[in-house]
Design a protein around this ligand. Structure first.
Ligand code: PAF
Length: 282
């Protein structure tokens, strides 16, 4: 196991001359990140991971200051996953013009629904930093987790719309044994909240199990679980097509966001809707 090189500036990144696979992160790495890195490892000659807690994707009052920062442990996880280079820039390197800088990436209509409704400035910050990271790292392939499904969809859209030419790939969500999606924010959960949090995945599974009976049945089944679960403050539970449009027969996505105490958790699941039963409940 070799310790990755830690690179802090764009000048050092320019020395990389092989094909690059890339996993952008905000650190506080867990097994979900390690899976992304293992997926990305064979896709390029050099595997770069970035660790940067991006201030512009947090609104005032959100958890930017408290976001877990575990750099030494993160380096070990990167080494274990075969990362060659960790790019860990300072805020000044990413935002030389300041974090209120004039050029940002507008996420468009897809950025205004679901997470975008609850966190109106979030995706502008995400797409702006990801586009900067793409420009600095110049990857051939970039890998993101499906847990942040809307983020992944938006990054794919940005890649196409701005002709960035990167192969953007998604990886399935990694879960704890009781179904809770792995997330850096799970460390905020108290023991009681940690015991309550798997209700999000249980609701999604109940919805998916009802999918043969159509869209209404999916939402009814998922609500039945989440509405009776203690400690869960639901933000949204929505059924969409695979590309986050209106649900239609075929591939669909059921997405949930909820507060479990202070932490706000996200999850989603793939399901298939039948051709004739949309909204018919039969
Ligand atoms: O998913 C994350 O960790 C972040 O949103 C990302 C993509 C690294 C951008 O800061």
């Amino acid at each position: 196991m070799t310790t990755p090189a830690v690179v802090r500036t764009s000048v050092e990144l320019r020395e990389l001359d092989q094909s690059i696979s890339f996993v952008p992160t905000m650190g506080a790495l867990h097994d979900g990140h390690v899976q992304l890195m293992k997926h990305a490892r064979p896709l390029g000659e050099t595997l770069v991971a970035s660790i940067f807690v991006n201030p512009t994707q947090f609104a005032p009052g959100e958890d930017f200051e408290d976001y877990p920062r575990t750099f030494d442990a993160d380096l070990e996880r990167c080494a274990e996953a075969g990362v060659d280079v960790v790019f860990a820039p300072a805020v000044q390197t990413m935002y030389p013009e300041g974090t209120e800088g004039s050029i940002t990436v507008d996420p468009g209509p897809l950025g205004t629904i679901l997470e975008g409704k609850s966190r109106p400035t979030h995706f502008r910050g995400v797409l702006t930093v990801v586009s900067k990271l793409f420009g600095l790292v110049r990857p051939d392939v970039a890998v993101f987790g499906e847990k942040d499904y809307q983020q992944l969809a938006l990054i794919k859209q940005m890649n196409d719309a701005l002709c960035l030419g990167i192969d953007v790939q998604g990886c399935p969500t990694v879960r704890e044994a009781d179904g809770l999606a792995m997330s850096s924010r799970n460390v905020y959960l108290t023991a009681e909240q940690r015991a309550q949090a798997p209700a999000l995945h249980a609701a999604l599974r109940a919805g998916a199990a009802a999918s043969a009976r159509g869209a209404d049945a999916v939402l009814d089944a998922a609500h039945a679980v989440i509405d009776s679960a203690p400690g869960i403050e639901l933000d949204y539970l929505e059924l969409t097509s695979a590309d986050l449009g209106a649900p239609a027969p075929g591939d669909a996505r059921l997405l949930i966001a909820a507060r479990v105490g202070k932490p706000r958790l996200l999850d989603n699941i793939h399901l298939t809707l039948p051709s004739l039963a949309i909204n018919e409940g039969n």
